[in-house]
Design a protein around this ligand. Structure first.
Ligand code: 5GP
Ligand code: ZN
Length: 112
């Protein structure tokens, strides 16, 4: 746990969030400022700064994030289409420096 990290505080239960589901490796919460009708954040419970900081030891975590996206789409959202976005670095939009994947669905998205 990183004491300065908002997602670590959510994972620890110190800050409230709308939790969709979770398992040993990842937690899924509703984004506080949704950009689509369905906008979840898939967050590993281990504090990792960004994609660039992942190591071979984290292979299971990255796989768990994708498996969680499959679970959300298939079991919770009726197989609807979805988009995953992961920002790495401030200049491309990362604002919380605890690895996370945006799960977006429920509207037409054609542009990048
Ligand atoms: P980033 O910009 O780092 O890719 O994504 C961070 C996301 O976290 C943003 O979409 C922002 O709305 C969301 N966010 C920031 N603080 C909180 C919070 O306290 N609770 C929740 N649920 N989402 C947050
Ligand atoms: Zn953290």
């Amino acid at each position: 746990m990183n004491n300065d990290c908002i997602f670590c505080k959510i994972i620890a239960g110190d800050i409230p969030a709308e939790i969709i589901t979770q398992n040993n490796d990842v937690i899924v919460i509703k984004d506080i400022a949704p950009k689509a009708p369905t906008h979840y954040l898939i967050i590993p419970k281990k504090h990792i700064k960004d994609i660039a900081s992942l190591t071979a030891d984290d292979d299971k975590i990255a796989a768990s994030m994708i498996a969680m996206a499959q679970h959300i789409a298939g079991d919770l959202n009726d197989g609807q289409d979805f988009r995953l976005i992961m920002n790495n670095g401030k200049s491309v939009g990362q604002s919380v420096f605890h690895l996370h994947c945006h799960y977006l669905a429920g509207k037409k998205m054609t542009d990048l």
